[in-house]
Design a protein around this ligand. Structure first.
Ligand code: ATP
Ligand code: MG
Length: 303
């Protein structure tokens, strides 16, 4: 059994932003489950999605022409790590590369901000995952001007227009990647303020989750409204048909995972991937090898 095209469109269509001009974050409900009532049904669908993802990834690898880059951005405790872990559970680790972007090092700060990104863009045939990304440059850096001050930029370049300029550069960078066979899907895991609080408290209450809690995360929570404004402007400016944003409801983890899996399968299916076929010369070689191995003639119906 497969998830039908209609199912996939139903799960991802409402959350996909290709043109940000009318985008408003308040139109998106973090608690939405896309009309799905049961967690069990969602889990069944997720399992099917992961199977399809695995089959598509195999072809992506064999075809070796396209790469897929999945970018994850979110507030803390929105479920980035768990989503990446679940959605990628069925894929071949050899075909997948995950990078977590932290505060830039001194060496990284000595370069332009895309420098460290460029080295992590997935190779052809691979799926690359960015757990946070260059989008931090218009999020945390925007919310905390002291971080911008540490980027030692010429003062003539640090003007009111800097965020617009960064949006423009990011859109151009993503277009460049698109034109080089790197397809991009961007996920904003949209958790509500109330659900974040609940998850932080769970981290404090449950000894097995204590390690996940950081005081810095609770500090960032105080800037919630500034972050939401920065996210909204970022999505408005950087959603394009070739690098869409998905504003994924994140108050129910089981639904978040389903939307991300479906959007990933969709991105791969749009590449129309197929296993490479071999030409007559290669076929002759294969036949010779078959004889050499004492394998008789090629069984009928095998291509
Ligand atoms: P988790 O907490 O689940 O392990 P995380 O992604 O929150 O995952 P942390 O090490 O807690 O990882 O945080 C990484 C920090 O690095 C975040 O606060 C993020 O804002 C910051 N960061 C990432 N990129 C940049 C950047 N370009 N400039 C400044 N800070 C950045
Ligand atoms: Mg963190």
């Amino acid at each position: 059994m497969k998830i039908s095209r209609k199912d996939v469109d139903g799960f991802i269509g409402p959350y996909r932003i290709e043109d940000g001009s009318k985008f408003r974050l308040k139109d998106f409900d973090p608690a939405s489950t896309g009309g799905l009532k049961s967690k069990d049904r969602a889990k069944e669908l997720l399992a099917l999605g992961i199977e399809q993802l695995s089959a598509e990834q195999d072809k992506l690898y064999a075809d070796d022409r396209n790469a897929l880059l999945l970018v994850f951005q979110a507030m803390d405790a929105a479920g980035k790590d768990g989503t990446i872990k679940h959605v990628m559970s069925g894929v071949n680790p050899q075909g997948c590369q995950v990078y977590s972007f932290k505060s830039p090092s001194a060496e990284e700060l000595d370069h332009d901000y895309l420098w460290r990104t460029m080295k992590c863009v997935p190779e052809k045939g691979r799926i690359g995952i960015f757990n946070r990304s260059y989008y931090e440059e218009v999020l945390v850096v925007r919310v905390h001007p002291e971080i911008l001050a540490k980027q030692h930029l010429p003062s003539s370049l640090v003007t009111k227009k800097i965020w617009e300029e960064r949006f423009e550069d990011i859109v151009n960078f993503e277009r460049y990647l698109h034109r080089n066979g790197v397809k991009i899907r961007k996920f904003f895991l949209n958790v509500s303020h109330a659900e974040q609080k609940r998850r932080f408290l769970a981290r404090l209450d449950d000894p097995d989750k204590n390690w996940k809690f950081s005081l810095a995360d609770a500090e960032e929570r105080k800037h919630w409204d500034e972050y939401m404004k920065a996210y909204e402007e970022m999505i408005r400016a950087t959603a394009t048909p070739h690098s869409p944003w998905y504003v994924v409801p994140a108050d129910n983890k089981w639904f978040t995972r389903l939307v991300v899996a479906a959007a990933t399968v969709d991105a791969l299916q749009r590449m129309n991937l197929a296993y490479p076929t071999v030409g007559p010369e290669k076929l002759k070689e294969l036949e010779a090898a078959r004889k050499e191995l004492g394998g008789g003639t090629r069984p009928p119906g095998k291509g």
